[in-house]
Design a protein around this ligand. Structure first.
Ligand code: DGY
Length: 324
């Protein structure tokens, strides 16, 4: 048996965090580009002391049983925790660390990117350049999109990421900014946001951005009823988790004109199969879950995950603990 604690990585990770852990630990890394098959994962975690995980790897009783009782800590290189059975971690007294804060700016910037790309039809515009259908000024309306200025923005979940996205969007000159969530936020005045209920927000907003974290209660929140309540011209943006959306209902809403267009960074499943019907829609922009994908954020996420693991291995408080 190794004298150093063993850390198992479910994927390779940026060098800074890997180097930090390598000083004191034996590292076992699933280096393949492809996700680790479940059976392989269960086999490889046997006897390890820490897990360095990436969503959507499921962390649950099956994985803990496969690892064994020497497992001391789980570090997830994500802010999202929907892949982790926290009740099971609590029951087994296994601390979990995640990476809030260090990816907020990156996800907020991606939210703005996706909104602008959707409002200005960038997917169709790029395609026109590449496939020789670049139009002219003749009709005056070729490839016209929607102005953000003067519109009503609705933010579902004015938390850390929602607030960061709204701060960046505010200078576009919205006429109103609405938000909804579990409760009214004390800091909403900074961006001049009004607290309303979910359906009021859907009804009044020209742009609806979902930035809330996923819970058991809000799975499928964006379903046919939600899309029906939205304006026919509405733009819908989702940067949280695919499970927030009923994708069949989104497809319907986009094809029947219930809503105008959508931009989503998250889907179910991920990756979305290339023959998925959603990918044929010209009024839907899909990016491949790249919200936190900047060099700066991913490096910071990796380092924080490494520090969480090192602290957990020593039995000390984690720098960024998940509170059960
Ligand atoms: C997160 O950290 O939860 C991001 O969505 C990346 O998975």
């Amino acid at each position: 048996m190794s004298a150093k604690p063993i850390v198992f990585f479910t994927r390779s990770a940026p060098p800074n965090g890997v180097a930090l852990l390598a000083q004191d630990c034996e590292l076992r890394i699933w280096e393949s580009e492809d996700p680790i098959p479940r059976e392989e994962l269960l086999r490889r975690v046997k006897g390890v002391n820490a897990l360095f995980v990436h969503p959507p790897i499921r962390v649950d009783s099956e994985l803990f049983d496969a690892a064994g009782p020497q497992l001391k800590v789980v570090g997830t290189m994500s802010v999202g925790l929907d892949h982790i059975d926290l009740a099971e971690c609590k029951k087994r007294n296994i601390p979990v660390g995640n990476t809030p804060g260090v990816l907020t700016s990156a996800v907020a910037e991606l939210t703005v990117t996706l909104l602008l790309a959707t409002a200005r039809r960038m997917k169709a515009a790029f395609q026109a350049v590449h496939n020789g259908t670049w139009g002219t000024w003749e009709s005056g309306m070729w490839m016209t999109g929607t102005l953000l200025e003067g519109k009503t923005l609705g933010v579902v979940g004015l938390g850390r990421i929602g607030m960061a996205a709204t701060r960046r969007l505010k200078p576009f000159g919205f006429s109103r900014i609405l938000y909804c969530g579990r409760n009214k936020k004390t800091y909403d005045a900074e961006v001049g946001a009004e607290f309303v209920d979910f359906f009021q927000l859907l009804k009044d907003s020209d742009i609806v951005i979902a930035t809330c974290s996923i819970t058991d209660e809000n799975k499928g929140l964006f379903n046919k009823h939600a899309f029906k309540a939205m304006k026919n011209t509405a733009i819908f943006i989702n940067v949280t988790r695919g499970a927030l959306v009923n994708q069949d209902d989104l497809f319907e809403a986009l094809t029947t004109g219930e809503i105008g267009s959508a931009g989503i960074d998250v889907t179910t499943p991920e990756p979305l199969p290339t023959d998925d019907k959603l990918l044929n829609l010209s009024n839907l922009t899909v990016s491949p879950h790249i919200g936190s994908a900047t060099v700066e954020s991913r490096s910071a996420m990796c380092e924080l995950t490494a520090r969480n693991i090192l602290a957990g291995l020593k039995g000390g408080p984690l720098p960024s603990p998940v509170l059960f």
